[in-house]
Design a protein around this ligand. Structure first.
Ligand SMILES: [Zn+2]
Length: 502
């Protein structure tokens, strides 16, 4: 994703105030037909994220994914409760966060209820309230149908062209040469100037987003704190590492609007949770700052006076030291930092859980699966099947010990509720393989492709399953074979629809 995602913010969620943006300063009335239907918008979003899933910078990191997605879901529920989110839209859209490994500070809305968040943003926000304020703003661009209106303004552009428009712009940010190749009739750059939110849309996203904060359980001051942070970055930084600023120019009016919405007697916001500080540290380590930086972070707790620092500084430093040492494959150093981290967060259940997950990750990387399971067993046993990070880590550890088959039932339970979880389907395929249930393994591989909207690859795998069933003859699993037949027909239909929609 990376640079590509940065570009799509500029394009899809952009607010560069060119002449076209000025001209649409009055919002079109709702119901004047000037918006894309929700089902067309969802299909366009699916088309775009199918490409993003293939981008090497796309990252499915279970702890960060869970942390950001949970923050976000609270905002979605608040939008629904406040009547900002039509039931039809809630039902139809994905409401899904995609993480990008990029170091730049950015977040953006895509068509169909998909949202991109760069690790760079998670790495700079001081509190979950600040992160929530950005998500609330982007969410509101979608619930207020701003994206649907921008898409409709493209007139006769087909879904294929709209998708290519976004994807062409993604490539443009990577290298100018690649952009030329992807450009649609040379018009892409001309058209993308029209895909900018107007100032009024930005103000509306601020207003509606702000209204979601308190009902969702966040301090509304997070909005103001985030604006202050953006303003500071604006003053000292023009090197492109804050693309969010390019697409969301801070006007004095935006800032004044937000300040005026905070009641003068509002309670001061709570300090950052330890869990938030740990997730920020995780994002900073995973955005690949380079070997030298990882080494600095491993060494930081040895600094004179480190022990005297406040807990809110020690905990993220211990976390970064541990995970950096894992990246450097220095497992002795990682274990030492982890023990210090565990001692420091013992009294905080959410933080202690993150330390356990980190311990399991460390031991998996070190090749000690039983030790990884040991870390997971320290937690609540039910977590192993209810929470995705525990589920995935436990499965990976048991696959190493040859007991992956134990996880087929918990994974199936999870997938019944989360059929779009490609990584879980992949692990289920490996678990079935370890059980020597090859037909089931092939079907799980096919479902992993469906989850990534790659229907052609899924059809391939389903057909491989049919071949396998035929070769197995009477000995094969007939129920599984008939499920494969049914799923193949359904996915072939989806593939034809995808191909027909130009
Ligand atoms: Zn915006």
């Amino acid at each position: 994703m990376g640079r590509a995602l940065a570009a799509s913010l500029l394009i899809v969620a952009g607010a560069v105030h060119g002449p076209l943006a000025q001209a649409q300063s009055a919002l079109p009335m709702m119901g004047d037909g000037a918006e894309m239907t929700s089902s067309a918008e969802r299909r366009l979003g699916d088309r775009i994220i199918r490409e993003l899933y293939r981008d090497p910078d796309y990252i499915d990191d279970a702890p960060l994914q869970e942390y950001v997605q949970d923050l976000f879901q609270a905002l979605v529920r608040a939008a629904q409760a406040r009547g900002e989110l039509a039931p039809e839209l809630q039902e139809r859209f994905a409401w899904q966060i995609l993480l990008g490994r990029d170091r730049s500070v950015n977040a953006f809305a895509l068509p169909g209820g998909y949202f991109g968040v760069h690790l760079g943003l998670i790495g700079v926000v001081s509190t979950r309230d600040e992160l929530a304020s950005v998500l609330a703003h982007e969410l509101s661009h979608v619930t207020q149908r701003h994206i649907a209106r921008l898409m409709a303004q493209q007139g006769r552009q087909t879904p294929l062209m709209l998708g290519a428009l976004v994807l062409g712009a993604l490539a443009a940010a990577k290298s100018p040469g690649a952009a030329q190749a992807l450009m649609v009739g040379g018009q892409a750059l001309a058209v993308q100037n029209q895909l900018n939110f107007s100032r009024d849309m930005e103000r509306e996203a601020d207003r509606v987003g702000f209204g979601l904060m308190q009902p969702a359980g966040y301090a509304p001051q997070g909005f103001v704190a985030m604006f202050d942070k953006l303003q500071q970055a604006n003053r000292i930084n023009d090197n492109g590492s804050w693309p969010y600023l390019r697409s969301h120019p801070l006007t004095t009016q935006r800032i004044a609007d937000m300040h005026s919405r905070i009641p003068p007697d509002a309670a001061p916001p709570a300090p950052a949770t330890l869990e938030h500080l740990m997730m920020g540290a995780r994002a900073r380590v995973l955005m690949r700052p380079g070997v030298d930086t990882w080494r600095q972070w491993v060494a930081e707790p040895q600094d004179a006076g480190f022990a005297a620092r406040p807990q809110a500084q020690r905990v993220p430093a211990w976390y970064a030291a541990t995970l950096s040492a894992v990246q450097l494959a220095d497992f002795a150093a990682a274990r030492k930092s982890l023990r210090a981290l565990q001692a420091d967060v013992r009294a905080d259940p959410a933080a202690a859980r993150q330390a356990r997950l980190l311990g399991a990750e460390l031991e998996l990387a070190a090749g000690d699966a039983p030790a990884a399971l040991g870390h997971l067993q320290d937690g609540n046993a039910a977590d192993a099947t209810r929470h995705r990070p525990e589920l995935l880590l436990r499965t990976q550890a048991l696959l190493r010990t040859g007991a992956g088959g134990e996880m087929t039932a918990p994974l199936q339970t999870w997938l019944a509720a989360h059929p779009g979880d490609a990584l879980s389907w992949q692990l289920l395929a490996q678990a079935w393989q370890q059980q020597n249930q090859l037909l089931r393994a092939v079907r799980a591989e096919a479902e992993a492709q469906v989850a990534r909207y790659d229907y052609a690859a899924a059809v391939d795998r389903f057909k491989a399953g049919q071949d396998l069933a035929q070769r197995g003859g009477a000995a094969s699993d007939h129920i599984e074979a008939s499920i494969i037949d049914t799923r193949l027909r359904a996915v072939e239909l989806l593939l034809r629809e995808q191909a027909a929609e130009r």
